[in-house]
Write a protein that binds this ligand. Sequence first.
Ligand code: GCB
Length: 893
Amino acid sequence: MKKSTLQYQLSFALVLLVSGLRGQPGITKGLNEGWLFSNDTLAAPIPSNATMKWATINLPHTWNTTDVLDDAAGYHRGTGWYKKYIPVDPSWRDKAVFLFFEGANQVTDVYINRQYAGKHTGGYTRFFMPVSRFLDGKKAELLVKVNNAHDETVPPLSADFTFYGGLYRDVWLLALNKVHFTVDTLLGSRTFFVETPEVDSNRATLRIRSAISNTTARAQQLRLVTTLFDAQGKKVSSYAKRIQLPPGKQIGLVTDLPALKEPHLWSTDDPYLYRVESVVQTEQGEILDRLSAPVGFRWFRFDAAQGFFLNGKPLKLIGTSRHQDYAGMGNAVPAALARKDVALLKAMGGNFLRVAHYPQHAAVLETCDRLGILASVEIPIVNEISETEAFSKNSIHMLKEMMAQNTNHPSVIIWASMNEVLLKPRFNNDTARKRIYVSHITQLAKKLDSTLRKNDPYRYTMLAHHGDFEGYKRAGLTEIPMLVGWNLYSGWYGGNLTAFPAFLERHRKELPDKPLLVTEYGADADPRIRSLEPVRFDKSVEYTTAFHQYYLREMMNRPYVAAAMIWNLADFNSETRGETMPHINNKGLLQTDRTPKDPYFFYKAALEKTPYLKIMSGTWKYRTGITDSATAISMQPLEVASNLDSLELVWNGKKMGKKKVTDFTCSWNLPFRNGINEALVYGEKNGTRFSDQERIVFNAVPFNLDHADLPFSEVNLLLGGNRYYIDETNKTNWIPAKPYAKGSFGYIGGTPYKMPGNNRLPYGTDKNISGTEDDPVYQTQLTGIQSFRLDVPPGKYEVALHFADFTGVQTLDLVYNLQYSPVAEQRSPRIFDVLVNNVLFLPSLDIVAEVGIGAALVKTTTCEVSGNEGIHIVFRAIKGDPILNALRVTKLY
Ligand code: GCB
């Protein structure tokens, strides 16, 4: 190649490069790394460096990851400071620079170089801060004050989830050209909104509403070029328009692209996405700004009698709600995990996500668009309102922010504005005042609903109510929205399962014109608790699976039920909760780390279109049980989830016959033997065989403790209840104790503790037991126990007695304790002796004096057993009734 040609080519490339740079639409820069954080509480509006203790952190960040899980009530709700230095790029002088916060809970003040840049109120919506005017030096100090203290003017005021504080989503810096798509700093969005006014299978129209700002001192001759691309990136249509924009002005534009013939429709089965892009250019073609959005052409309607229709076809909406926190991270969860949540919902066969109770990370709806999950989004007015003008203003503002920020998602079909707003009525003891309060709620509901309808004529509005049909109807709250959602928990918090279909029928009869959605239903499953005889509120996985099976069947049988939204996709933190796993609401189909629980597999079987088969109770991998007195075998159930007609099981190599699958499950009562048990389940569809297998480790406890084939080694027994509990950390399986029988083991005397005034808990307490992670070990107890006998063979044994005295622990009247108001319990002293084989092991034991009320106490001893004396533990009352919560006996040799 000749030198001159090379030179020519190089300079040509350089020109291209330079013009490419000149045409850059603006810079977006992540600002997540290298922040300093301090939650020193400071009076001064701007902290002076000298007084602050800073820790280096990265975003997303919350200061509440650990204090929401400890035994102390409450978590830090106050101020947190964030600081970061950024180099100021000289090119920013000619730019419009903004900070973009994706989420900070809940009131945020921003300072740049110690000058006040602005405030944002509300913990779940995004916001921009224009910062150009502060960037005059070589570097800038960003100082952000975030406050998550209770504020009567900011929703949510109370709720069954944790209000983690912090800069918990990403922060970005945007350096835009001075001519750009308008940054709406009021509503936290770019002014670029996609609408699909008319869609059917023959034709679709696409309209873009946008605005362009000219922040230069010169008039601008511009071109706005809008192009629709198909999923392969091929240009479908394009439209260009000339714009004259005077200096310092902004212009609003409506762009209608040519109607599309036979559009490829977006649906839950085929989530086909087009992409629309608008480019602001100079007359010479230099790119100044560029924005794009996904486009899904679909149409939908709700019908009060027939449910929901997508693209003209009936579709039962089935899915979950989702909270945004994750194991070990609080609400500071990276986008990748938010995406994974939606993918897990899709993999289960779900087609709907209730983004509840607040707007979430953009990644959630992006993934819904992409995977074909329809969605509703709502603002966090939960349980109650305050009657202040500021609360109403903030609520309406949040609603507008929510719409502006989330409208460009074809997955969104519903906007919602209040959840269970009559759950915690203020002035409950003053009828006249309460009426005024409720009328304020109704007025606010009307304002919110009309704001929604006015701003978005294409989507439906919804309110989600709890099961007080009469109350919401009387308040007018069933009339206001286009859709009525009910959060129903009969058979969980109160009542029985059959009240659920009765409620649905009532709506159908009394509100014949209102489409009905079941916006919540669910029951807690603590993955560590299992039961052979599941009952309401025992928290066992088994009860919850049966609960879902019942609810789903009832909804499937009623076409007028448009949607079934499971509460919740995953377990989530709710700091004020006690119960078996304190601070966690266990209604998730997944654990907080997204490990699936049995009901997830049940739903997959029910919703999956392709053949599916899963040994559901394979999640109960480490089991224990008491064997039959004569054999070394224990009968326990094994449950399988499947959408096949019938299944066959091979258990420990033996064929157990064929069974019909009913309501997507099939169950066998099987002889478990000590050690490993192997299950193989198979079925077929159209000549293809499907199978699943599991190995379950079974630790058999012999009924007769001197069983020849099954030498006794260890037993872990829970008293006063009927559940199995797996302590994962110590790999210990606790099983329910039984009354004493000769040759065996068990308690003598005593009655299971039952919380006074609580018809919900079958036994035990729901209070958080301090000093342990294994609350269920201590939450049940036998009161008035006389003795515990174990007819063990001779040898040396270790005996550990577990106690917690929880009578008289103050109970919070949580609003979620529906149909149950705690009764104050009288606390009287409880002192007793414990003798082990006639030796006074614990003289005058006073549990409360040692560890306090509601705290775990373990007392361990060893004993030598000779002849046939066995182990005999005697509880001798001194004051009040002796108690025992749990007991572990281990043979040492
Ligand atoms: C509800 C609430 C939700 C709670 C749920 C529960 O009705 O809307 O925020 O978490 O019940 O688990 O009690």
